[in-house]
Design a protein around this ligand. Structure first.
Ligand SMILES: C[S@@+](CC[C@H](N)C(=O)[O-])C[C@H]1O[C@@H](n2cnc3c(N)ncnc32)[C@H](O)[C@@H]1O
Length: 261
């Protein structure tokens, strides 16, 4: 297969769109969007960013809602490869950081197999954006020297089983769970049963950087019930760890009166 391009300029650029606030894209990411002939984007990317595309750029929504795939992964891979091989500059725009729970590896592998030059433009991931909104430092000298970004669920929607939950429960670490809403009760019960302090503060950050953003805080033992009572829904992350306590203690009651109980 022949591939147009001078060997230096990428033909597929995997760009992180950030969590939802259109200001949270990198300068390079925004430049790539404006240069693109084709933007292949996910459901969660901000529409304001798509408005940055040039007038003759083509936009394709391959959006995946939880449990629903608009375009199968191999169809997305094929689309990227075919269009890049036809000489189009393709931007693959993904929510947050493309390298975090974004199926980036599969798409990069497909492009590289077709000898298509690729680049990855990182983005602000939901975990760091959510922490920032709540004033949480994910690390703290002497308090939290480890951060874990974990998916709470596996492909079938069950509790993730690819790692040692006991290790997570016992670690003096900040745990950030993605895709956690539907399994929040199981996640928190599992952590507590394996040794995590049930009274430790936890935070659910829903729709970070988007119009219906909400932060729900409470002790780990109650956060799932609180989130359910508030009808928290995807997209949301759950953060728990030693630094969550200090951040929530410092919050003004007025700002969080509705949210912190
Ligand atoms: C398929 S993963 C993609 C993660 C993305 N690549 C990132 O770096 O943020 C989707 C999950 O990310 C989290 N997420 C994405 N955007 C979010 C947002 N604006 N607010 C809260 N959580 C978000 C949710 O846990 C959601 O279920």
């Amino acid at each position: 297969m022949t591939v147009p391009g001078d060997g230096r300029r990428p033909l597929v650029s995997f760009v992180g769109a950030g969590p939802g606030d259109p200001e949270l894209i990198t300068v390079r990411g925004l430049r790539r969007l404006r240069e693109a002939d084709l933007i292949v984007h996910d459901r969660l990317v901000p529409t304001a960013l798509l408005a940055e595309a040039s007038a003759d750029a083509e936009l394709i929504d391959v959006g995946k809602a939880p449990g629903r795939h608009c375009l199968a992964q191999d169809q997305i891979n094929r689309l990227l490869v075919e269009r890049a091989c036809a000489g189009r500059f393709v931007v693959r725009l993904k929510g947050g950081d493309p390298a975090i729970f974004g199926r980036l590896a599969e798409e990069v592998r497909a492009a590289r197999a077709a000898r298509i030059p690729v680049e990855i433009v990182p983005g602000v991931t939901a975990g760091t954006a959510g922490a920032a909104r709540a004033g949480i430092s994910l690390t703290e000298r002497g308090g939290a020297s480890l951060i874990v970004f974990a998916t709470a669920t596996d492909r079938a929607g069950g509790l993730a089983s690819g790692f040692d939950w006991g290790l997570l429960a016992r670690a003096q670490a900040t745990l950030v769970f993605y895709m956690a809403v539907r399994r929040l009760a199981t996640v928190t019960a599992t952590l507590i049963s394996l040794g995590r302090d049930p009274g430790a503060p936890a935070l659910v950050a829903e729709n970070v950087g988007r119009p219906h953003e909400r932060l729900i805080a409470g002790p780990l033992a109650r956060i799932a019930a609180d989130a359910r009572a508030a009808q928290a829904a995807s997209p949301a992350i759950m953060i728990c760890g030693p630094t969550v306590a200090s951040a929530l203690a410092g919050l003004e009651r007025s700002r969080f009166a509705e949210m912190v109980r």
